[in-house]
Design a protein around this ligand. Sequence first.
Ligand code: ADP
Length: 395
Amino acid sequence: MNVLVINCGSSSLKYQVIDSVTEKVEAKGLCERIGIDGVFSYQPAGGDKEESEKPMPTHNEAVSYVIEALTNKDTGVLNSLDEIDCVGHRIVHGGVNLTHSYIIDEDVIKEIEGCSDLAPLHNPAHILGIRACQKLMPNTPMVVVFDTAFQQTMPPKAYLYAIPYKYFEEDKVRKYGFHGTSHMFVSSRALELMGNPEHSKLIVCHLGNGASVSCEVDGKCMENSMGLTPLDGLVMGTRCGDIDPSVVEFLCKKRGYSVEEVLKIFNKESGVLAVSDGMSDFRDIADAASKGNDRAQLALDMFAYRVAKYIGSYAAAMNGVDAICFTAGIGENNGMIRGMICDYLTFLGLELDSEANKVIGEEKLVSTANSSIKVYVIPTNEELAIARETVALIK
Ligand code: ADP
Protein backbone atom coordinates (compact mmCIF):
# COMPACT_ATOMS: atom_id res chain seq x y z
CA MET A 1 0.00 0.00 0.00
CA ASN A 2 1.09 3.58 -0.67
CA VAL A 3 0.36 5.76 2.33
CA LEU A 4 0.38 9.54 2.02
CA VAL A 5 1.31 10.97 5.42
CA ILE A 6 0.30 14.58 5.99
CA ASN A 7 1.47 16.84 8.80
CA CYS A 8 -0.35 20.10 8.42
CA GLY A 9 0.37 23.40 10.16
CA SER A 10 -1.41 26.72 9.75
CA SER A 11 0.97 27.85 6.99
CA SER A 12 2.79 24.63 6.15
CA LEU A 13 2.15 21.07 5.04
CA LYS A 14 4.77 18.32 5.30
CA TYR A 15 4.16 15.15 3.32
CA GLN A 16 5.67 11.75 2.67
CA VAL A 17 4.62 8.77 0.60
CA ILE A 18 5.56 5.54 2.33
CA ASP A 19 5.35 2.04 0.89
CA SER A 20 3.76 0.09 3.73
CA VAL A 21 5.41 -3.17 2.73
CA THR A 22 9.03 -2.04 2.40
CA GLU A 23 8.45 0.90 4.81
CA LYS A 24 10.60 3.01 2.46
CA VAL A 25 9.90 6.67 1.83
CA GLU A 26 9.11 6.97 -1.88
CA ALA A 27 8.89 10.76 -1.92
CA LYS A 28 8.66 13.62 0.53
CA GLY A 29 8.41 17.36 0.63
CA LEU A 30 7.07 20.49 2.19
CA CYS A 31 4.61 23.24 1.28
CA GLU A 32 5.50 26.42 3.13
CA ARG A 33 4.11 29.92 3.40
CA ILE A 34 0.56 28.77 2.58
CA GLY A 35 -1.66 31.86 2.53
CA ILE A 36 1.39 34.09 2.00
CA ASP A 37 3.35 33.50 -1.21
CA GLY A 38 3.83 29.72 -1.31
CA VAL A 39 7.03 27.70 -1.50
CA PHE A 40 6.85 24.08 -2.63
CA SER A 41 9.46 21.35 -2.33
CA TYR A 42 9.47 17.78 -3.57
CA GLN A 43 12.05 15.01 -3.44
CA PRO A 44 11.60 11.51 -4.84
CA ALA A 45 13.66 8.73 -3.22
CA GLY A 46 17.16 8.79 -4.69
CA GLY A 47 16.36 11.93 -6.69
CA ASP A 48 17.17 15.61 -6.40
CA LYS A 49 15.14 17.98 -4.30
CA GLU A 50 13.11 20.47 -6.33
CA GLU A 51 12.02 23.74 -4.79
CA SER A 52 9.91 26.44 -6.38
CA GLU A 53 7.60 29.30 -5.56
CA LYS A 54 3.98 28.36 -6.25
CA PRO A 55 0.92 30.38 -5.34
CA MET A 56 -0.85 28.72 -2.40
CA PRO A 57 -3.65 30.91 -1.12
CA THR A 58 -5.12 27.93 0.76
CA HIS A 59 -4.30 24.34 1.73
CA ASN A 60 -6.31 23.17 -1.32
CA GLU A 61 -3.64 24.45 -3.71
CA ALA A 62 -0.91 22.93 -1.52
CA VAL A 63 -2.49 19.46 -1.72
CA SER A 64 -2.99 19.89 -5.51
CA TYR A 65 0.73 20.57 -5.94
CA VAL A 66 1.58 17.54 -3.81
CA ILE A 67 -0.55 15.30 -6.04
CA GLU A 68 0.76 16.94 -9.20
CA ALA A 69 4.37 16.33 -8.11
CA LEU A 70 3.73 12.73 -7.02
CA THR A 71 2.11 11.88 -10.37
CA ASN A 72 4.44 13.94 -12.60
CA LYS A 73 5.40 11.68 -15.50
CA ASP A 74 9.12 12.49 -15.30
CA THR A 75 9.86 12.79 -11.59
CA GLY A 76 6.69 11.41 -9.95
CA VAL A 77 6.65 8.14 -8.01
CA LEU A 78 3.01 7.27 -8.77
CA ASN A 79 1.20 6.78 -12.08
CA SER A 80 -2.03 8.30 -10.87
CA LEU A 81 -3.91 9.53 -7.85
CA ASP A 82 -5.51 6.08 -7.54
CA GLU A 83 -2.17 4.70 -6.38
CA ILE A 84 -2.52 6.59 -3.10
CA ASP A 85 -4.24 3.84 -1.10
CA CYS A 86 -4.79 5.79 2.09
CA VAL A 87 -3.88 9.04 3.84
CA GLY A 88 -2.68 9.38 7.44
CA HIS A 89 -3.01 12.78 9.09
CA ARG A 90 -1.04 13.79 12.15
CA ILE A 91 -3.21 15.66 14.67
CA VAL A 92 -1.73 17.43 17.69
CA HIS A 93 -4.66 17.32 20.11
CA GLY A 94 -7.33 14.70 20.59
CA GLY A 95 -8.62 15.97 23.94
CA VAL A 96 -10.16 13.45 26.32
CA ASN A 97 -12.39 11.65 23.83
CA LEU A 98 -10.08 10.83 20.93
CA THR A 99 -8.00 8.19 22.64
CA HIS A 100 -6.53 6.27 19.68
CA SER A 101 -6.37 6.53 15.88
CA TYR A 102 -9.57 6.73 13.84
CA ILE A 103 -10.80 6.42 10.27
CA ILE A 104 -11.98 9.90 9.40
CA ASP A 105 -15.68 10.64 9.28
CA GLU A 106 -17.71 13.74 10.07
CA ASP A 107 -18.07 12.78 13.76
CA VAL A 108 -14.30 12.50 14.17
CA ILE A 109 -13.79 15.86 12.46
CA LYS A 110 -16.37 17.42 14.79
CA GLU A 111 -14.50 16.03 17.81
CA ILE A 112 -11.19 17.43 16.51
CA GLU A 113 -12.90 20.78 16.02
CA GLY A 114 -14.28 20.47 19.54
CA CYS A 115 -10.82 20.40 21.09
CA SER A 116 -9.50 23.32 19.03
CA ASP A 117 -9.49 25.48 22.15
CA LEU A 118 -6.82 23.12 23.56
CA ALA A 119 -4.61 23.52 20.45
CA PRO A 120 -5.74 26.67 18.68
CA LEU A 121 -2.69 26.89 16.43
CA HIS A 122 -2.79 23.28 15.33
CA ASN A 123 -6.21 21.61 15.24
CA PRO A 124 -7.94 24.13 12.91
CA ALA A 125 -4.96 23.82 10.53
CA HIS A 126 -5.19 20.02 10.60
CA ILE A 127 -8.85 20.23 9.62
CA LEU A 128 -7.96 22.46 6.68
CA GLY A 129 -5.51 19.78 5.56
CA ILE A 130 -8.09 17.00 5.95
CA ARG A 131 -10.71 18.98 4.00
CA ALA A 132 -8.24 19.76 1.21
CA CYS A 133 -7.34 16.06 0.89
CA GLN A 134 -10.99 14.99 0.98
CA LYS A 135 -11.78 17.42 -1.82
CA LEU A 136 -9.13 16.00 -4.12
CA MET A 137 -9.34 12.36 -3.01
CA PRO A 138 -13.00 11.87 -2.05
CA ASN A 139 -12.83 8.07 -2.22
CA THR A 140 -9.51 7.52 -0.48
CA PRO A 141 -9.76 6.27 3.11
CA MET A 142 -8.10 8.59 5.63
CA VAL A 143 -6.97 8.13 9.21
CA VAL A 144 -6.12 10.58 12.00
CA VAL A 145 -3.26 9.82 14.42
CA PHE A 146 -3.06 11.93 17.57
CA ASP A 147 -0.01 13.23 19.44
CA THR A 148 -2.02 12.84 22.62
CA ALA A 149 -3.30 9.28 22.08
CA PHE A 150 -0.36 7.25 23.38
CA GLN A 151 -0.55 9.08 26.73
CA GLN A 152 -4.18 8.13 27.29
CA THR A 153 -3.04 5.23 29.47
CA MET A 154 -1.63 7.65 32.07
CA PRO A 155 -3.37 7.10 35.42
CA PRO A 156 -5.40 9.94 37.00
CA LYS A 157 -2.71 10.48 39.66
CA ALA A 158 -0.37 11.41 36.80
CA TYR A 159 -2.65 13.45 34.55
CA LEU A 160 -4.73 15.40 37.09
CA TYR A 161 -3.68 18.79 38.38
CA ALA A 162 -4.35 19.39 42.08
CA ILE A 163 -6.87 22.15 41.39
CA PRO A 164 -10.67 22.07 41.85
CA TYR A 165 -12.06 19.01 40.08
CA LYS A 166 -14.63 21.03 38.10
CA TYR A 167 -11.85 22.43 35.90
CA PHE A 168 -11.08 18.89 34.83
CA GLU A 169 -14.70 17.76 34.54
CA GLU A 170 -16.12 20.86 32.91
CA ASP A 171 -13.15 22.37 31.08
CA LYS A 172 -10.93 19.30 30.45
CA VAL A 173 -7.95 20.93 32.15
CA ARG A 174 -5.45 18.11 32.73
CA LYS A 175 -2.09 16.88 31.58
CA TYR A 176 -2.28 15.46 28.05
CA GLY A 177 1.39 15.13 27.15
CA PHE A 178 2.68 15.39 23.57
CA HIS A 179 5.08 13.81 21.04
CA GLY A 180 3.03 10.65 21.66
CA THR A 181 3.66 9.16 18.22
CA SER A 182 7.40 9.47 18.75
CA HIS A 183 7.30 8.05 22.29
CA MET A 184 5.18 5.16 21.01
CA PHE A 185 7.52 4.44 18.10
CA VAL A 186 10.71 4.60 20.17
CA SER A 187 9.40 2.66 23.17
CA SER A 188 8.04 -0.16 21.02
CA ARG A 189 11.34 -0.34 19.13
CA ALA A 190 13.23 -0.47 22.43
CA LEU A 191 11.05 -3.37 23.55
CA GLU A 192 11.85 -5.19 20.30
CA LEU A 193 15.56 -4.62 20.90
CA MET A 194 15.18 -5.97 24.43
CA GLY A 195 13.49 -9.12 23.10
CA ASN A 196 9.94 -8.06 24.07
CA PRO A 197 10.18 -8.92 27.78
CA GLU A 198 6.92 -9.62 29.57
CA HIS A 199 7.59 -6.85 32.10
CA SER A 200 9.47 -3.68 31.31
CA LYS A 201 10.05 -0.15 32.60
CA LEU A 202 11.23 2.35 30.01
CA ILE A 203 12.02 6.04 29.87
CA VAL A 204 12.05 7.81 26.49
CA CYS A 205 13.73 11.20 26.10
CA HIS A 206 12.54 12.96 22.93
CA LEU A 207 15.06 15.78 22.80
CA GLY A 208 14.49 18.09 19.84
CA ASN A 209 13.70 21.75 19.60
CA GLY A 210 10.53 20.76 21.42
CA ALA A 211 11.45 18.17 24.05
CA SER A 212 9.65 15.76 26.36
CA VAL A 213 10.30 12.71 28.51
CA SER A 214 7.86 9.83 28.95
CA CYS A 215 7.85 6.59 30.91
CA GLU A 216 6.21 3.29 29.99
CA VAL A 217 5.40 0.26 32.11
CA ASP A 218 4.91 -2.92 30.03
CA GLY A 219 4.67 -0.73 26.92
CA LYS A 220 1.93 1.51 28.31
CA CYS A 221 2.59 5.20 28.83
CA MET A 222 2.45 6.26 32.49
CA GLU A 223 3.80 9.81 32.34
CA ASN A 224 4.81 12.57 29.91
CA SER A 225 6.60 15.75 30.89
CA MET A 226 4.39 18.01 28.78
CA GLY A 227 1.07 19.16 30.22
CA LEU A 228 -2.15 20.77 29.07
CA THR A 229 0.01 22.29 26.36
CA PRO A 230 3.52 21.55 25.04
CA LEU A 231 4.96 24.38 27.17
CA ASP A 232 5.42 22.24 30.27
CA GLY A 233 8.36 20.11 31.36
CA LEU A 234 11.87 20.32 29.99
CA VAL A 235 13.88 23.41 29.12
CA MET A 236 13.47 23.53 25.31
CA GLY A 237 14.78 25.50 22.34
CA THR A 238 12.56 28.51 23.04
CA ARG A 239 10.16 27.22 25.72
CA CYS A 240 10.79 27.54 29.45
CA GLY A 241 9.20 24.27 30.58
CA ASP A 242 8.34 23.93 34.30
CA ILE A 243 7.78 27.28 35.95
CA ASP A 244 5.92 28.59 38.99
CA PRO A 245 2.60 29.91 37.56
CA SER A 246 2.89 32.94 39.88
CA VAL A 247 5.64 34.25 37.61
CA VAL A 248 2.86 35.10 35.13
CA GLU A 249 1.05 37.39 37.57
CA PHE A 250 4.33 38.85 38.83
CA LEU A 251 5.48 39.85 35.35
CA CYS A 252 2.05 41.15 34.37
CA LYS A 253 1.99 43.44 37.40
CA LYS A 254 5.63 44.46 37.37
CA ARG A 255 5.97 45.01 33.62
CA GLY A 256 2.39 45.76 32.62
CA TYR A 257 2.27 42.77 30.29
CA SER A 258 -0.88 40.93 29.33
CA VAL A 259 -1.14 37.17 30.05
CA GLU A 260 -0.82 36.57 26.29
CA GLU A 261 2.42 38.54 26.20
CA VAL A 262 3.92 36.57 29.06
CA LEU A 263 2.92 33.27 27.46
CA LYS A 264 4.47 34.38 24.19
CA ILE A 265 7.69 35.07 26.09
CA PHE A 266 7.51 31.61 27.72
CA ASN A 267 6.84 29.90 24.39
CA LYS A 268 9.03 31.79 21.95
CA GLU A 269 11.67 33.77 23.83
CA SER A 270 12.66 31.43 26.65
CA GLY A 271 14.41 28.07 26.99
CA VAL A 272 18.02 27.74 25.92
CA LEU A 273 17.48 30.69 23.57
CA ALA A 274 17.07 32.97 26.60
CA VAL A 275 19.70 31.34 28.79
CA SER A 276 22.37 31.32 26.06
CA ASP A 277 21.48 34.89 25.11
CA GLY A 278 20.34 34.27 21.55
CA MET A 279 20.97 30.68 20.43
CA SER A 280 18.19 28.10 20.12
CA ASP A 281 20.01 25.58 17.92
CA PHE A 282 21.84 23.12 20.15
CA ARG A 283 24.66 22.77 17.60
CA ASP A 284 25.43 26.49 17.97
CA ILE A 285 25.12 26.28 21.75
CA ALA A 286 27.40 23.25 22.04
CA ASP A 287 29.91 24.93 19.75
CA ALA A 288 29.85 28.21 21.71
CA ALA A 289 30.14 26.34 25.02
CA SER A 290 33.21 24.46 23.77
CA LYS A 291 34.80 27.84 23.05
CA GLY A 292 34.24 29.04 26.60
CA ASN A 293 30.92 30.89 26.29
CA ASP A 294 29.58 30.71 29.88
CA ARG A 295 25.95 31.39 29.04
CA ALA A 296 25.96 28.67 26.38
CA GLN A 297 27.45 26.28 28.94
CA LEU A 298 24.79 27.29 31.47
CA ALA A 299 22.07 26.59 28.87
CA LEU A 300 23.47 23.08 28.31
CA ASP A 301 23.77 22.52 32.06
CA MET A 302 20.19 23.61 32.70
CA PHE A 303 18.91 21.46 29.83
CA ALA A 304 20.73 18.30 30.97
CA TYR A 305 19.89 18.88 34.64
CA ARG A 306 16.17 19.14 33.91
CA VAL A 307 16.18 15.99 31.75
CA ALA A 308 18.05 14.10 34.48
CA LYS A 309 15.55 15.29 37.12
CA TYR A 310 12.69 13.94 35.01
CA ILE A 311 14.45 10.62 34.49
CA GLY A 312 15.06 10.36 38.24
CA SER A 313 11.46 11.17 39.09
CA TYR A 314 10.12 8.69 36.52
CA ALA A 315 12.45 5.98 37.79
CA ALA A 316 10.91 6.60 41.23
CA ALA A 317 7.37 6.72 39.80
CA MET A 318 7.91 3.28 38.20
CA ASN A 319 10.01 1.99 41.11
CA GLY A 320 12.78 1.12 38.68
CA VAL A 321 13.89 1.49 35.10
CA ASP A 322 15.22 -1.10 32.67
CA ALA A 323 16.12 1.13 29.75
CA ILE A 324 16.47 4.79 28.84
CA CYS A 325 16.10 5.79 25.17
CA PHE A 326 17.35 8.97 23.51
CA THR A 327 15.73 10.26 20.33
CA ALA A 328 15.06 13.35 18.14
CA GLY A 329 17.59 15.97 16.94
CA ILE A 330 19.66 16.27 20.12
CA GLY A 331 19.00 12.82 21.54
CA GLU A 332 20.06 11.07 18.33
CA ASN A 333 22.98 13.27 17.40
CA ASN A 334 24.77 14.58 20.45
CA GLY A 335 26.71 12.15 22.61
CA MET A 336 28.11 14.93 24.76
CA ILE A 337 24.63 15.99 25.91
CA ARG A 338 23.58 12.34 26.40
CA GLY A 339 26.70 11.96 28.53
CA MET A 340 25.90 15.06 30.61
CA ILE A 341 22.45 13.63 31.37
CA CYS A 342 23.68 10.11 32.15
CA ASP A 343 26.38 11.48 34.50
CA TYR A 344 23.58 12.29 36.96
CA LEU A 345 22.39 8.67 36.92
CA THR A 346 25.48 6.69 37.83
CA PHE A 347 24.06 6.26 41.36
CA LEU A 348 21.48 3.94 39.76
CA GLY A 349 24.27 1.81 38.33
CA LEU A 350 23.99 3.30 34.84
CA GLU A 351 27.24 3.06 32.92
CA LEU A 352 27.63 4.65 29.52
CA ASP A 353 29.98 3.10 26.96
CA SER A 354 31.90 6.22 25.93
CA GLU A 355 32.96 4.72 22.59
CA ALA A 356 29.46 3.54 21.62
CA ASN A 357 28.01 6.86 22.81
CA LYS A 358 29.81 8.64 19.96
CA VAL A 359 27.06 7.32 17.65
CA ILE A 360 25.30 9.92 15.50
CA GLY A 361 21.80 9.36 14.11
CA GLU A 362 21.82 5.56 14.30
CA GLU A 363 20.19 2.95 16.44
CA LYS A 364 22.66 1.71 19.05
CA LEU A 365 23.00 0.39 22.58
CA VAL A 366 25.29 2.94 24.22
CA SER A 367 25.54 1.51 27.75
CA THR A 368 28.14 -1.04 28.85
CA ALA A 369 27.41 -4.72 29.42
CA ASN A 370 27.71 -4.08 33.18
CA SER A 371 25.28 -1.18 33.25
CA SER A 372 22.20 -1.80 35.42
CA ILE A 373 20.15 0.22 32.94
CA LYS A 374 20.32 -0.18 29.16
CA VAL A 375 20.74 3.09 27.30
CA TYR A 376 19.67 3.20 23.64
CA VAL A 377 19.87 5.76 20.88
CA ILE A 378 16.82 5.11 18.68
CA PRO A 379 16.07 7.46 15.78
CA THR A 380 12.42 8.42 15.85
CA ASN A 381 10.20 8.16 12.78
CA GLU A 382 6.82 9.73 13.39
CA GLU A 383 5.79 9.50 9.72
CA LEU A 384 6.44 5.77 9.63
CA ALA A 385 4.49 5.33 12.87
CA ILE A 386 1.56 7.24 11.32
CA ALA A 387 1.77 5.14 8.13
CA ARG A 388 1.71 1.92 10.20
CA GLU A 389 -1.29 3.09 12.23
CA THR A 390 -3.09 4.15 9.06
CA VAL A 391 -2.59 0.82 7.32
CA ALA A 392 -3.52 -1.14 10.45
CA LEU A 393 -6.84 0.69 10.68
CA ILE A 394 -7.64 0.57 6.97
CA LYS A 395 -6.95 -3.15 6.82
P1 ADP B 1 11.86 19.62 16.10
O1 ADP B 1 11.19 18.54 15.27
O2 ADP B 1 11.25 19.85 17.44
O3 ADP B 1 12.18 20.89 15.37
P2 ADP B 1 14.30 18.02 15.90
O4 ADP B 1 14.05 16.70 16.48
O5 ADP B 1 14.44 18.14 14.44
O6 ADP B 1 13.26 19.05 16.50
O7 ADP B 1 15.62 18.59 16.59
C1 ADP B 1 16.06 19.87 16.33
C2 ADP B 1 17.18 20.19 17.30
O8 ADP B 1 18.17 19.15 17.23
C3 ADP B 1 17.87 21.50 17.01
O9 ADP B 1 17.98 22.28 18.16
C4 ADP B 1 19.24 21.05 16.55
O10 ADP B 1 20.19 21.94 16.93
C5 ADP B 1 19.43 19.76 17.32
N1 ADP B 1 20.50 18.99 16.73
C6 ADP B 1 20.59 18.37 15.56
N2 ADP B 1 21.82 17.81 15.42
C7 ADP B 1 22.53 18.10 16.53
C8 ADP B 1 23.84 17.83 17.02
N3 ADP B 1 24.70 17.13 16.31
N4 ADP B 1 24.18 18.32 18.22
C9 ADP B 1 23.32 19.02 18.97
N5 ADP B 1 22.08 19.30 18.58
C10 ADP B 1 21.69 18.86 17.38
